[in-house]
Design a protein around this ligand. Structure first.
Ligand code: 6R9
Length: 647
């Protein structure tokens, strides 16, 4: 996949104006890993502490695993993102909101943000929300999503955002798991000109959540919705009745800030828990250095606030830095595929951060829609969510950036809170497809299957050998699962679940997941989740799900389904099953291809051999490998003969 030979060096301009040039990167990186205490004691001061910390780092990746940063300090994340900017930038735009309809946009100043967040915080308080309580947020990309998260942070409540594309069932699971008694949603979302029935989904979910006593509803479209008296309240009405003043709660550095559910290789999605101090320091610092953010820059991250990228790099990082951050409600192809670039021109965006899947989808339409816009304001481009293939990287660089903008390919995870491996644009020459080098304080390690560290140019499993402030602290309500998932595979190391190659220059190339996690259009999905949705269908006996290479999505979802005896495999049933999964989990989990499998390849002990299923799905049946350990090798022949054409 790689073309190690093409190197995009740092221009003189960039080296001169950037926060970090190559020499400074080396000095700071060395210091950060040789003296983490000293390094983070200094950089921990970048946020405002109510009571300054005296302890910096207390972390262990063995035994019970504990991760504590700036432990005895106190602060408030919302005050850091808003109040502390008021003296100097009350009238500066904090959020540029660009609606789904190109005619719809708004500028929200830091002053206005302060008022809206304080009001919403008081509404939460009036409904009985206290420090430590969990608040579930199920909102589209509207300013109220930002207000909601910051309002929770302001009063010390823990937000749990559920992506608006998830089904009622997925929403219900997440509400129950974190035990929240309050939900914030909207009447409807609006994407690509189409309404998304958020309140209807919420109503469906809440049927099974008896403990939810309040549902705050934002009026976005004014569409018709159901209403439960006593439980439901309109935000605009409630906000008008409370004070615009809400003093921020003093929080311990290690008090929880948020939970975000993410998929793993087994079981249900787990609640990744992030705390306040370390997370904020890390999100803010990476935002400043990776995107080389300077005062006055207009910064746009196209992620949804329902994912970690939205948390760290639409909200917390940029706002902690007093930045102007753009929030986009719409989609890249509405009204047409020029939309991203029109928004860039309209708001004079300087820094643009998106996902490879969006780039690949836009590439299909050729250069025309890009080239008819100016994009002269763009200075830096970013990529996140999955490996970016060199073709997409080069197109992004040449066509979108007119060959002028460096690209930061940022590798990180929900669990890491912020970016861990990335070029710094003024310091590190880029290679298309490589996330390049570690950020300050990050110690990547590539190990073999037995956990033996590998030196030099090698390929293996990507681990991180010491903690960084943005690291997740636990799985909400299940610390044992935290230990088992991340620290049991390789003793004493944080295992990322990703494969990785290191080249002769020490550059890291992420090769994708090595576990049973799919990455579909940058969205994480456990194969086990899709499988359990399939087998929940009355006609399905068994199912196995794997990923296969997909031109636009990166990975597509390929499902092998065994029907219960007597059921007929029809085209209709195939469609029904795809819809079924969509309804159970959400549109992002819809299988692309479903193959009827009279039997699945299993070992004699009954384990499904996914390796073989992945090969068949990828059309690589010549290299199936050893099938002699299978209980019934004949099933493979059938599967190969009937594999779905990927078109
Ligand atoms: C931030 C985010 C994490 C997984 C991660 C990896 C993949 C993310 C990447 C990348 C290659 C990059 N991933 N960024 N792979 N290059 N620049 O995406 O978090 O949703 O938790 O996904 O995404 O496989 O393990 P999350």
């Amino acid at each position: 996949m790689s073309s190690d030979t093409s190197l995009f060096p740092v221009s003189d301009d960039w080296a001169k104006r950037a926060w970090v040039n190559s020499a400074r990167y080396k000095t700071l990186y060395e210091r950060s890993v040789n003296d983490p205490e000293g390094f983070w004691a200094e950089h921990g001061k970048r946020v405002d502490w109510i009571r300054p910390f005296t302890k910096v780092k207390d972390t262990s990746f063995t035994g019970d695993v504990h991760i504590r940063w700036f432990e005895d300090g106190t602060l408030n994340a919302s005050a850091n993102c808003i109040d502390r900017h008021l003296a100097k930038r009350a009238d500066q735009t904090a959020i540029i909101w660009e609606g789904d309809d190109p005619k719809d946009s708004r500028h929200i100043t830091y002053r206005e943000l302060h008022e809206q967040v304080s009001r919403l915080a008081n509404v939460l308080k009036a409904r009985g929300v206290k420090k430590g309580d969990r608040v579930t947020v199920y909102l589209p990309m509207i300013p109220e999503a930002a207000y909601a998260l910051l309002a929770c942070a302001r009063i010390g409540a823990v937000h749990s955002v559920v992506f608006g594309g998830f089904s009622p069932d997925s929403l219900k699971d997440r509400i129950l798991d974190c035990g929240s008694t309050i939900l914030i949603t909207a009447d409807e979302g609006l994407r690509g000109g189409r309404a998304v029935a958020l309140k209807a989904n919420a109503d469906e979910a809440l049927k099974s959540c008896p403990d939810v006593t309040s549902c705050i509803v934002v009026r976005r479209t004014g569409g018709k919705i159901g209403w439960t008296e006593g439980r439901d309240l309109w935000l605009h009405e409630a906000s008008a009745q409370v004070s615009a003043d809400c003093p921020p709660e003093e929080m311990g550095a290690e008090d929880p800030l948020f939970i975000l559910y993410t998929s793993g290789s087994t079981g249900k999605p787990k609640g990744v828990l992030h705390t306040t101090g370390g997370y904020l320091v890390y999100a803010a610092m990476t935002h400043q250095y990776v995107f080389d953010y300077h005062d006055g820059d207009i910064y746009w991250c196209t992620a949804d606030v329902g994912w970690v990228t939205g948390h760290s790099y639409i909200l917390y990082g940029p706002l902690a830095n007093g930045a102007t951050t753009l929030m986009f409600e719409g989609v890249p192809n509405y009204p047409d595929t020029s939309r991203f670039w029109q928004v860039v021109d309209k708001h004079k965006v300087n820094i643009f951060y998106t996902a490879p899947t969006a780039i690949r989808a836009l590439m299909r339409d050729g250069e025309g829609p890009v080239k008819k816009t100016s994009r002269a304001s763009l200075r830096l481009l970013g990529s996140v969510g999955e490996p970016i293939n060199p073709e997409a990287w080069l197109w992004y660089h040449r066509v979108v950036g007119d060959g002028r903008c460096p690209i930061v390919d940022t590798w990180w995870q929900t669990e890491t809170g912020g970016i861990l491996i990335t070029p710094l644009p003024g310091a590190i020459a880029q290679k298309p497809g490589s996330a390049t080098l570690p950020f300050f304080g990050v110690k990547p390690l590539i190990v073999d299957g037995e956990g033996k560290p590998l030196d030099g140019a090698v390929e293996g499993n990507l681990c991180i050998s010491d903690s960084w402030p943005g690291q997740m602290r636990t799985v909400f309500g299940d610390h044992e699962r935290f230990i088992q998932t991340y620290f049991a595979t390789f003793k004493g190391l944080y295992f990322t679940g990703d494969g990785c190659r290191r080249d002769e220059d020490g550059y890291y190339w992420i090769t994708g997941r090595v576990d049973d996690v799919l990455n579909v259009s940058g969205h994480r999905m456990g194969t086990a989740e899709v499988e359990s949705a399939l087998v929940a269908h009355p006609k399905v006996a068994e199912a196995a799900v794997v990923g296969y290479p997909h031109d636009i999505k990166g990975q597509g979802i390929y499902a092998y389904v065994t029907l219960i005896a007597g059921e007929q495999p029809t085209e209709e049933l195939r469609k029904e099953l795809a819809q079924w999964v969509r309804k159970q989990i959400g549109p992002i989990a819809t299988p692309d291809l479903i193959q009827w499998a009279p039997g699945l390849p299993k070992t004699r002990s009954g384990k499904i051999m996914r390796r073989i299923l992945r090969k068949i799905a990828a059309n690589e049946q010549e290299t199936l490998g050893d099938t002699s350990t299978l209980a019934d090798p004949a099933v493979v022949t059938d599967l190969v003969d009937n594999r779905m054409n990927r078109g």
